[in-house]
Ligand binder design. Structure first.
Ligand code: ADP
Ligand code: C5P
Length: 211
C-alpha cells in the first residue's frame, strides 16, 4: 500500500438494506490489496462468559451492544499503517469466537454496519459517509431469507426479533443517522449507478494520493 493515510468510508443502513452487497460490489472493482472491509458486526461485545439463553435475550440493535472502543482503536491502528487482530463473530452462537484474524492495512477502509454512523468518534474518522436506504418491507423479506439460510435462525425467531427489537431500534437509532450521510443510496446491491459513482470517487481520491 502507499504511504498515504488510508481513506475511511462508512456504510450504514438498516438490516437487509444491502450494505454488505454494495460494499462487496464496490470492492470487486478494485485490486484485492486496495480495499479492506471491516464489518461492525465483528465488534459485537464478547458474550462468551454468558449462558446461551442469556445471549439470545441480548439487544443486538442497540449502540451499547458494540465494542466501539476496540473498533476505534483498530481503525486508528490501520490509519497508522499497523496490522490489527480482527475479531471473528459467530451469529449462531451469538458471540465472538476465540480466534482472531490478522489484517493488514489497505489504502481504503470501508466500515460497514447498521450503527456505524451513530458514534461521533467514528464519524470523525470517516472521509465519506454513506447510508443505504431501502424500504422496511423489502429489508425484512431479505433478512428473513438470509437469517434462515445463513445465520441458523427459524421463521418465528426472525419475525419475533424484528417486531420486538429490530424495528423499534431501527426507528430510534439507525434511521436518524441518515442525516450524517454525504450520500444516500436507494436500494442496495443492484444499484449499479450508485456503485459506479462510489467507485469513481474512490479512484479519484486514490489518484490524487498517488501524485
Ligand atoms: P445488509 O448487509 O444491509 O444486512 P445484505 O447486503 O447482506 O444487507 O443483503 C441482505 C440479503 O438481501 C442478502 O441475502 C442479499 O443477498 C440480499 N440482497 C441484497 N441486495 C439485494 C437486491 N438488490 N436484490 C435482491 N436481494 C438482495
Ligand atoms: O447484516 P445486518 O446489518 O443485518 O446485521 C445486523 C443485524 O444482525 C442486527 O439487526 C441484529 O439484530 C442482528 N444480529 C442478530 N444476532 C446476533 C448479532 C446480530 O440477530 N447475535
Amino acid at each position: 500500500m502507499s504511504n498515504h493515510k488510508p481513506v475511511v468510508i462508512g456504510v450504514a443502513g438498516g438490516t437487509g438494506s444491502g450494505k454488505t452487497s454494495i460494499t462487496r460490489s464496490i470492492s470487486q472493482r478494485f485490486a484485492d490489496k486496495t480495499i479492506l472491509v471491516i464489518e461492525q458486526d465483528y465488534y459485537y461485545k464478547d458474550q462468551s462468559h454468558l449462558p446461551f439463553e442469556e445471549r439470545l435475550r441480548t439487544n443486538y440493535d442497540h449502540p451499547l451492544a458494540f465494542d466501539n472502543d476496540l473498533l476505534i482503536q483498530h481503525v486508528n491502528d490501520l490509519l497508522n499503517h499497523k496490522s490489527i487482530e480482527k475479531p471473528v463473530y459467530d451469529y449462531a452462537l451469538h458471540t465472538r469466537s476465540n480466534e482472531t484474524v490478522e489484517v493488514e492495512p489497505k489504502d481504503v477502509i470501508i466500515l460497514e454496519g447498521i450503527l456505524i454512523l451513530e458514534d461521533p468518534r467514528l464519524l470523525e474518522l470517516m472521509d465519506i459517509k454513506v447510508f443505504v436506504d431501502t424500504d422496511a418491507d423489502v429489508r425484512i423479506i431479505r433478512r428473513l431469507l438470509r437469517d434462515i439460510k445463513e445465520r441458523g435462525r427459524t421463521i418465528d425467531s426472525v419475525i419475533d426479533q424484528y417486531i420486538n427489537v429490530v424495528r423499534p431500534m431501527h426507528l430510534q437509532f439507525v434511521e436518524p443517522t441518515k442525516r450524517y450521510a454525504d450520500i444516500i443510496i436507494p436500494e442496495g446491491g443492484q444499484n449499479h449507478v450508485a456503485i459506479d459513482i462510489m467507485a469513481t470517487k474512490i479512484q479519484t481520491i486514490l489518484n490524487r494520493k498517488a501524485i
